[in-house]
Design a protein around this ligand. Structure first.
Ligand SMILES: *Cc1c(COP(=O)(O)O)cnc(C)c1O
Length: 412
């Protein structure tokens, strides 16, 4: 179930995807990461470990997730064939648990008793608290104060699952600050805790580990589409925060040159405004969170605050493998605004009876650009990274306001 590449063998032994990635941490911390890399490499080659991971993915999280033909959405566009990879049907409601099961089993294998994690929307925190409970591991989560307010129900879930949630009140009090706090705690307690990182970011070997653990998405979808259609898809579309669901959705197709890989990043109020999280479209190459990557920066070149309606995509950087795929042209990345995502959220709910996460809605919104130019027989797979229950209150509020606003315009 972990993807096996033929000729694509990135990152290199130092964690570089081309010029991106690496291990930019204090010198005395490098042995910890090298040890982790060594243990991961041993585990991933061990059939028993692979079996153990898949057993939980299957029996506990409910894999394989369906590859569902979205008939009414397809009819709406009038051509092509749109399939949805239903990661929203995983236990805890998103793709995050794929990676968490892998990392927590690795933690146990390495003898750790406690795991820590950062979280933005709270999805990764919930997934980590869940699997920690399942495996009897102590769990501490770092979350920005602003996000704790925006995603209160996820904070409640984590606490009910027995995790300690630390409120981070530095900086903008969001995901990037939660990452800083988790990394700092880890630097001081590396011999006691295992850091479960939630996206395809951070210093080597994390992006590589997350690639492996999330690759189950495309290993499955590749097999499913071959069964259903007898051929590979023309497009695979996924949203990009740090890039874990997207790399999982792309991994098994990286060497299939005819499969176009597309990432939808969060433009917020527009990629050309200050209120954006479109780091591949607008970022500059620099160092953040232990790696070299594209980051949104201010005039002095310092990382600046990102913005997106979606807490899960509200990150000023982007995983190194996506930076590499972007620069080599193997994958293409497009900015999607808050408004476009909200419209896609409403569209999928009404056409298919599936309420997607506002993160996933960014990928669905890309169909508005893609479908007018597809051929009539093109096959498109959209990765629905998570379910939208957490977003319903906010989206309904925005939609109601907008309808009132349109009505008042008509009346004047
Ligand atoms: C966290 C999250 C994302 C963004 O993270 P990636 O690492 O880019 O996948 C996207 N969708 C959902 C539902 C999430 O919870």
């Amino acid at each position: 179930m972990f993807v096996k590449h033929k000729n694509y063998n990135l990152p290199d032994k130092d964690g570089f995807f081309g010029e991106f990635g690496g291990m930019f941490v204090p010198e005395n911390f490098k042995p910890v990461l090298r040890k982790l890399d060594e243990e991961f490499e041993k585990a991933i080659k061990d059939e028993n470990f692979e079996k153990e991971v898949y057993e939980l993915l299957k029996e506990y999280s409910g894999r394989p997730t369906p590859l569902y033909f979205a008939k009414r959405l397809t009819e709406h566009y009038g051509k092509g064939k749109i399939y949805l990879k239903r990661e929203d049907l995983n236990h805890t409601g998103a793709h995050k648990i794929n990676n968490v099961i892998g990392q927590c089993l690795l933690a146990k294998r390495m003898g750790a008793h406690k795991v820590i994690a950062e979280t933005g929307a709270g999805q990764h925190g919930v997934a980590t608290a869940t699997v920690a409970a399942l495996l009897g591991l102590e769990c501490e989560i770092f979350m920005g104060e602003t996000d704790m307010f925006r995603q209160r129900s996820n904070v409640d879930r984590m606490r009910l699952l027995g995790a300690k949630v630390n409120s981070v009140s530095q900086g903008t009090k969001t995901l990037a600050d939660a990452c800083d706090a988790a990394i700092e705690y880890w630097l001081n307690h590396a011999d006691e805790v295992f850091y479960v990182l939630g996206s395809a970011v951070g210093p080597h070997p994390y992006p590589k580990m997350v690639h492996a653990f999330q690759s189950v998405i495309s290993v499955e979808s590749r097999q499913q589409i071959l069964e259903k259609e007898g051929r590979l898809p023309d497009y695979v579309v996924a949203c990009i925060g740090g890039g874990s669901n997207a790399i999982g959705a792309f991994a098994a197709y990286l060497e299939d040159e005819n499969v176009k890989l597309i990432g939808a990043e969060a433009a917020g109020e527009g990629a050309d405004t200050d209120h954006t999280a479109a780091s591949l479209t607008k970022g500059k190459k620099t160092y953040l969170h232990g790696m070299y990557q594209y980051v949104l920066v201010d005039e002095e070149g310092n990382p600046r605050e990102s913005y997106s309606i979606s807490a899960g995509l509200d990150y000023p950087g982007c995983g190194p493998e996506h930076c590499y795929l972007h620069d080599t042209g193997r994958a293409e990345y497009f900015p999607i605004t808050d408004t476009e995502a909200i419209e896609a959220f409403e569209r999928l709910s009404k056409f298919e009876g599936i309420i997607p996460a506002i993160e996933s809605s960014h990928a669905l919104a890309y169909l508005e650009y893609l479908m007018p130019k597809t051929n009539k027989d093109d096959i498109i797979i959209v990765n629905v990274s998570g379910r939208g229950d957490k977003d319903t209150e906010r989206i309904l509020e925005i939609l109601t306001q907008r309808k009132l606003w349109i009505k008042s315009k008509k009346n004047t």
